[in-house]
Design a protein around this ligand. Structure first.
Ligand code: HEM
Length: 415
């Protein structure tokens, strides 16, 4: 029966979500007798699910469509209008193949890792010039990643130090889930970068600018969608930004990794001796599980669905609880223990879904996961190798803020 639950459970939760942030869905899950949350978001009937069975249900392409699932305030800041995130069926498959060819190529990933290490070591060299000054790790890492991903995608980093691009990418992520000044900054940042990259794509097509063969700039400029047409400059810019922005966003995880190294310094020594890189990779996975970043993913019920004997009407917003799943004691032994060794057998990776679940080629799972793990592991190794002091600062991570970060951005000083 569709109306198994009285209408009162469908009260709109949008304001509570904005106020409670990461705690909102797990709180509702705890209060729910059957592990399914029924509410409304932006007036739309919403059902939130959690757990391996829910992952399979949500990532069944017959069940969920993405078109019209994301509200404009999220598209105008985080993802961009017309982004791959909003496509279904063949249109999605063809656009996604472009991302996979760029982002899943081992040689390409290794080249990006080298660009990042080069930019990172330049930054550390600068810190050494003024050893008495402390630096904010989050800001520094965002700049390192912005410069490196420009080197890699073939996009010229036009202003000194990539600072504006780094700030804009951070703003787009920082402002997607709020109203007010952070949201406005995110909109302006997106507009500025879409316009600049759109002009760049036009110049490449008119051969007034060269894009290195096989670079993301080259591939996106020449990509043809399912209808055989080139992308208009603005959607082309949107998709270039869908490579650049999330690469810069790895700065969130790097900052969380520094927080973990500070809180559990016993991992430092083993990471310094980790020749195989296995521990650094386990550490990267554990950062992605333990700390809050993407709270959930969403889509619309493509037709009337059956979820555990209950009808979920077509058009219902379905949410899959990512953050909550990572702290569910039925899936993780001692979920609040930070343990990079959990992944030794690889079995735990099945339930690790910080970047979505299912299959990246078939569905919407993040195509940048290998890049994220590779770059995060590389920078965890670099961080563990540095002798630093951590001055007094506010390292609390407010769960009510989305996205969140240690409040100070993690200040450190070379020792
Ligand atoms: C999709 C998380 C890094 C490119 C996604 C999704 C999540 C996610 C949750 C949505 C999955 C879904 O809707 O089912 C993250 C996190 C990252 C990260 C937490 C860490 C910073 C990256 C990187 C790239 C990237 C480095 C590219 C270089 C994309 C793209 C999509 C996506 C293009 C859309 C895929 C589709 O709709 O088919 N990511 N991601 N992401 N991500 Fe990531």
């Amino acid at each position: 029966p569709t109306l198994k639950h009285p209408p009162s459970v469908w009260t709109d939760g949008t304001l509570s979500l904005l106020a409670q942030g990461y705690a909102w869905l797990p709180d509702h899950m705890r209060a729910s007798a059957d592990g399914t949350v029924r509410t409304r978001l932006l007036g739309r009937r919403t059902v939130a699910l959690r757990g391996p069975e829910a992952v399979a249900f949500f990532y069944d392409e017959q069940h969920v469509r993405r078109r019209a699932a994301l509200p404009d305030p999220v598209l105008d800041t985080l993802f961009g209008q017309g982004a791959v995130h909003t496509l279904d069926g063949l249109a999605h498959r063809v656009r996604k193949a472009m991302f996979l060819s760029l982002l899943k190529d081992e040689k390409g990933i290794e080249a990006l890792r080298e660009h990042v290490l080069l930019r990172w070591r330049e930054a550390v060299g600068r810190w050494r010039e003024e050893p008495e000054e402390s630096v904010v790790l989050f800001d520094e890492t965002a700049r390192v990643l912005a410069l490196a991903v420009c080197d890699w995608t073939g996009v010229p980093a036009t202003e000194p130090g990539g600072a504006q691009l780094a700030r804009d990418c951070v703003a787009m992520v920082d402002g997607f889930a709020t109203a007010g000044p952070r949201h406005l900054r995110a909109r302006h940042a997106r507009k500025r970068q879409e316009e600049a990259l759109g002009r760049l794509v036009v110049r490449v097509r008119e051969q007034r600018e060269t894009a290195p063969d096989g670079s993301a700039l080259d591939v996106v400029a020449r990509h043809r969608d399912a209808d055989g047409a080139l992308l208009d400059p603005r959607p082309a810019a949107v998709e270039l930004l869908n490579i650049i922005r999330p690469t810069v966003a790895i700065a969130w995880f790097v900052t969380f990794a520094a927080h973990a190294l500070h809180r559990w310094p016993e991992h430092r020594g083993p990471l310094r001796g980790d020749v195989s890189g296995h521990l650094a990779t386990g550490f990267a996975h554990e950062v992605r599980r333990f700390y809050p970043f993407a709270p959930f993913v969403g889509g619309l019920a493509a037709r009337d669905l059956q979820w555990r004997g209950e009808t979920v009407p077509e058009g219902t917003l379905l949410l899959l609880d990512l953050y909550g799943q990572h702290h569910d004691p039925r899936l993780w032994a001692h979920p609040y223990r930070f343990d990079p060794h959990r992944y030794a057998t690889g079995e735990s990776l099945r339930d690790l879904i910080p970047q979505g679940g299912g299959d990246a080629a078939e569905g919407h799972r993040c195509p940048g996961e290998d890049i994220t793990v590779t770059l995060l592991a590389a920078l965890v190794t670099e961080l563990a190798g540095l002798d630093v002091s951590v001055p007094d600062q506010d390292l609390t991570i407010p769960l009510s803020r989305m996205p969140t970060l240690p409040r100070s951005g993690f200040r450190l000083r070379l020792a």
